[in-house]
Design a protein around this ligand. Structure first.
Ligand SMILES: [Zn+2]
Length: 514
């Protein structure tokens, strides 16, 4: 069966034919792109003509930094994003404990301490009061801090005698007892344990998650933190045929998100150069330069890790958020590239939130990909350095400056840390306006064409997948979307309300809700 999609405005992202009217799809691939008349000539014995009546067709969105496995499993866990007091958190956790299988961990997701009455984190005692008889982990929306109850701390072997791990902190009360609050690398073992049992059910929820993603226009993603255990779950899901979109895995260590993978593990690897909510910053405190947050590697160690990975043929994703984290990553990449110039094609920088003009110039010079998150602009969430002001030279998410300086910039969501819908990310990159109408550095706005490219072809290139997806060209996967309006010609303020009417993934039309 050949499908002939005609009478459309096809935004191909292919320089040799940027706008076409029609395309033909067969066996999961794009066969031809061109004018309606020439595509209609491709009729075969079995064919379907789909008249799109002038609608806009774009490539399926590619998200090179998404946490699909976590997002899929979240259906099992109480959503604590909207809780506005500790009592409400307790109620949701207790309710979940009543429903969960015997002995299973309870994991609350997405709480935001700045929304809670008193603006404080809950404690182990708060969680013990809600769920005394099972381990509980309440994960912060940033995924870089969490609160454990007493049973969870005990399961992870965390006591008053446990030292803070490098790059992490176990919060303690005045008597030295852990309060339950864990920062950055201290989350490791307890976080891994909190979802181990639930991961066995991934295959049951992967299909539904696929359809939620497809309805937003996502057809290819990279899961940006996959443990070896989760790799086996992905293999099961593929075998069962329940992954309706293409998922590429980026590996982290078996002992936790922030740990580096074993040398023997296959695939791309993720290295956390700094923390998340407590990223490594150069800041001013009382007018004096200081540093804050957690830096996980020094330059020389990171450069050696990069070279080792490149020599083994592996791609590396460097997570760096703070200006000090980014500076460390960039210095290490520069050093490694001097030793192995071709390595620049095997590394990328993810997040890069607190940039300076000097760092932008160095990243542009390196010609590495940066994977940024306009979704955080939409959510209007910041990663504030605590009790200080950042270096006045720091620019926050300077997408326009980066692009104009020649940085290779791709977009992603970091979902569930940021909003999943690419069209909302594109809208935020173009309007610099959040969901609540907050305007942030409008001089950093991109054009709709630049933002669309960053979420399609740019994202595919950053992921190393542009041979397969990211543009509508003969031979590539038939991953495409029919949109309710043309993002390049509609008013910028209307981009956020564009709907994805149809999603085709590998030539299969997935059911989108009306
Ligand atoms: Zn992430």
């Amino acid at each position: 069966m050949i499908h002939l999609l005609v009478n459309a405005t096809v935004l191909t992202m292919d320089d040799s034919l940027p706008v076409a009217q029609a395309l033909a799809v067969k066996d999961g691939r794009i066969v031809e792109v061109g004018g309606t008349d020439e595509i209609l000539w491709l009729r075969e014995d079995e064919y379907e003509v789909i008249d799109l009546a002038g609608r806009t067709v774009v490539p399926g969105f590619v998200d090179p930094h998404n946490h699909f496995s976590i997002a899929a499993l979240e259906v099992f866990w109480p959503d604590c994003r909207t809780a506005d007091c500790v009592e409400e958190l307790q109620r949701r956790l207790a309710l979940a404990a009543g429903d969960a299988p015997a002995g299973e961990w309870i994991r609350g997701v997405g709480y935001d301490h700045t929304r809670l009455a008193g603006r404080r984190h809950p404690t182990r005692a708060d969680l013990d009061a809600a769920v005394p008889d099972r381990p509980v982990l309440l994960v912060h929306y940033s995924h870089h801090q969490a609160v454990a109850n007493s049973m969870a701390l005990a399961a992870a072997g965390i006591t008053r005698a446990t030292p803070d791990p490098p790059g992490g902190e176990i919060a303690r009360d005045k008597a030295g007892e852990p309060t339950g609050l864990l920062f950055e690398r201290a989350i490791g073992a307890v976080e891994t344990a909190s979802r181990a049992g639930w991961e066995a059910r991934f295959v049951d929820v992967a299909r539904a998650a696929t359809l939620r993603y497809a309805a937003l226009g996502l057809t290819t993603i990279q899961d940006a933190a996959v443990t070896p255990a989760m790799t086996r779950r992905y293999a099961q899901a593929r075998e069962a045929g329940v992954l309706g979109l293409a998922v590429d895995e980026i590996m982290v260590g078996s002992r936790g998100w922030f740990e580096r993978p074993d040398d023997a593990a296959p695939g791309a690897l993720k290295l956390f150069v700094d923390g998340g909510y407590r990223c490594a910053m150069r800041v001013l405190r009382d007018g004096a330069p200081q540093t804050s947050g957690f830096l996980f590697y020094e330059r020389a160690e990171l450069a050696a890790l990069l070279l080792g990975a490149w020599r083994a043929g592996r791609r590396v994703v460097c997570h760096a958020i703070g200006n000090l984290g980014i500076e460390t990553a960039v210095s290490a990449i520069e050093e490694a590239v001097r030793a192995m110039p071709e390595g620049r094609a095997q590394v990328r920088l993810d997040h890069a939130i607190f940039l300076t003009r000097e760092l932008i110039a160095r990243v542009a010079e390196l010609q590495i990909w940066v994977v940024a998150q306009p979704s955080f602009l939409w959510d209007a969430r910041r990663t504030p350095p605590r009790g200080s002001t950042p270096d006045p030279l720091v620019l926050l998410r300077p997408f326009g400056s980066a692009l104009r300086a020649g940085v290779r910039q791709a977009f992603s969501s970091d979902f569930p840390c940021g909003t999943n819908a690419p069209l909302l990310g594109i809208a935020a990159a173009v309007t610099r306006t959040s969901r609540t109408g907050q305007l942030a550095a409008p001089e950093e706005a991109l054009t709709a064409a630049e933002a669309l490219e960053a979420y399609t072809l740019g994202a595919a290139r950053a992921a190393g997948l542009d041979g397969q997806c990211g543009s509508l060209e003969p031979g590539k996967r038939a991953d495409l979307l029919v949109l309710s309006a043309d993002p390049l010609t509609c008013a910028p303020s209307e981009i956020a309300s564009i709907r994805v009417l149809e999603t085709w993934a590998r030539g299969v039309r997935l059911p989108n809700p009306p």
